[in-house]
Each structure stands twice: as C-alpha cells, then as structure tokens.
Design a protein around this ligand. Structure first.
Ligand code: KMH
Ligand code: ZN
Length: 312
C-alpha cells in the first residue's frame, strides 16, 4: 500500500501581491521577516518561501542588500529551508528576479512555469484606506499586467538554477504550466525529480477547486510517473488555503500556507502571524494523521544540497 511521506509545510511569509493595507500583520523589514520565519519554523514549517520589501515603504524590492540582510537573519535564527522567490513583484525585470540565484545560491527557489494574467484589481474596492500610495496603483495596474515568463525567460531561469545547483520549485498555475514544465524536462533543462507547487486560485490561473488539483496531479502522474516528482499545493485566499491543503494532505502531497497567499485564519478573522497559519495547517495534519517533516527531513525528501552550501 502507498505509504504517505511526512508532510512538508512551507510558509510564504510576505509575498509581493499582499498589500500592507490588507493586514497590519504583514512582515515588512528584514527583522520582521526573519522573526516571522523563526516563529513559522517553531510552529512546524520546514520551508519558508521568501520575498523582500523596502523597509520604509513596504513595497516589494529586488535590492540585493535587503535580500542578503533578510536571508542572513533567517539563517542565524534556525535551520529552516529557505526557498527564494524568483517571481519578484510587479514591475521587476526577469534579470532582477533571477539575480538572487547566482548571488546567494539558496537551497531552493521558485520557478514560474509560464506567462499569465495575474489580477489583484478586485481588491481595490475592498480597501477603504491605503497605508502607502504605491499600493492602490499596484493593485489597479494588475488589470493590465502580464506576469511574464516566456520560453526565453524559462530558458535563462532554468540554466541559472542548474548552473548554481539551486533546486527549482515549479510553480504551476494551470495545465499549460504543467506542459511547459514537461517541455523543460524533455529538453534537459529541468532534471528529475522535479518539485511542483500547484498554485490554485490566482485570478488568471486555474481556480482553487479540488477538481483542478486532482486533474493537475493526475496529469503530472501520467506525464512523469510516480517516482519523478514531489508536489505541494497553494490555495489562494480563505478558505481555499486550508481546504485545498486538507485535500493535498489526504492525497499524500505537501502544503504551503502563509500571509503571501491568505491573510485569514478563520472566516473574517485576520491571522496575527504566519505561525498561526502554520499551526492551523499542522492541526489539520494531526487530525488526518500526517506526521510533520523537519527541515532536514524535507531536505532529504526533496534532494536539497543542504543549508551549509549557500552563499549567505
Ligand atoms: N505569490 C504566489 C501566487 C513566486 O514567488 O515565484 C506564487 C509565488 C510565486 O509565490
Ligand atoms: Zn512568492
């Protein structure tokens, strides 16, 4: 019988699409992000997915000094696996987004599997007061924004990750992303086993239903066979984060939670920290009898190079 692996909980700490006006609990500065990483780790996260922000303005940034400070501070606190985002934020070039990989050679980084619409604009109507002037502009411009990950971009990103021995986490938002990933595997640009993060519920990608997850997972299995991939799921928003997480836990997959993806711990109740979201995921896992993986167990399951082989 299929034996379920231990559950890897990833926590996405701050992101670039969550606006500080949505929640006062979003970590902004390197210290706040590192603190949230540590508390998420204590709560059961084996991996933290990291973006950085301008400490004064709260805006997503590609500044390598802020990156270095944040990564170093997380590493000083604990041995959690750090997955660096190469998705960046609106307005960043592909060159800016991938720059962290040669600079820091992290254990893991995100790798977005294709271009797509990425709409946050419906949020504009729900925010009554904006904390920073850039937020409203960012949210509204998303109506005309294309999250650009062309085949030329994918080629550069894949080569950079391979050259620097960084394990890609393939972000798959819908089935075209899956087939793009298949193309990269067939052409030797991605090596097996791949690690996939299904991202469901972005406006512009597949919706956050169990049927979509099931379909993507079935198709992945058909394409790659059972030995050649590991997978995790992100349900965007509440309650998708936990409902899809529970489906993934039941199917033997892994989960990601965190303020990047969802700001509520219960209906209309803001999560006061990332750790609160990790704790809830962990409790669901306990009910479902899925044991939690430590960072070192996650390293082994995902064939990561180890926290001592990074450049920060
Ligand atoms: N923000 C999520 C929808 C990335 O950082 O590369 C997907 C994500 C992408 O985490
Ligand atoms: Zn991200």
């Amino acid at each position: 019988m299929f034996r379920m692996p231990k559950l890897i909980i990833t926590c996405a700490l701050t992101g670039s699409a969550t606006a500080p006006s949505q929640t006062p609990y979003l970590p902004i500065t390197p210290d706040q992000i590192a603190d949230e990483a540590y508390k998420a780790y204590e709560a059961g996260a084996a991996i933290v997915h990291v973006h950085v922000r301008d400490p004064e303005m709260g805006m997503p940034t590609a500044d390598l000094n802020i990156w270095r400070e944040t990564l170093t501070k997380i590493k000083e606190k604990c041995d959690v696996v750090i997955c660096v985002s190469t998705g960046g934020g609106a307005g960043m070039t592909a060159e800016e987004r991938i720059a962290t990989v040669p600079e820091f050679e992290p254990e893991m980084c995100s790798f977005n599997m294709g271009s797509m619409n990425f709409g946050m604009f419906p949020l504009a109507e729900r925010i009554k007061e904006w904390k920073f002037p850039w937020e409203k502009a960012m949210v509204e411009m998303s109506k005309d924004f294309v999250f650009k990950n062309t085949f030329a971009d994918l080629e550069v990103f894949a080569k950079t990750m391979m050259d620097h021995n960084v394990k890609p986490e393939c972000e798959v938002y819908c089935s075209s992303g899956l087939y793009n990933m298949g193309f990269l595997v067939r052409t030797g640009q991605l090596s097996l086993p791949v690690h996939i993060q299904y991202v469901l519920g972005v406006l512009g990608g597949a919706y956050s239903t169990p049927y979509e997850l099931m379909n993507l997972q079935t198709e992945t299995h058909r394409m790659l066979g059972s030995e050649n991939y590991t997978w995790s799921v992100i349900g965007i928003g509440y309650p998708a984060e936990f409902r899809l997480g529970a489906v993934a836990m039941t199917m033997g997959g892994h989960v990601r939670v965190g303020l990047e993806d969802n700001i509520f711990v219960k209906r209309r109740v803001l999560a006061k920290s990332n750790a609160e979201l990790v704790k809830k995921a962990r409790e669901i896992a306990e009910y479902l009898d899925r044991e939690i993986a430590t960072p070192d167990e996650a390293r082994q399951m995902l064939s990561l190079k180890g926290g001592d082989k990074v450049k920060f």
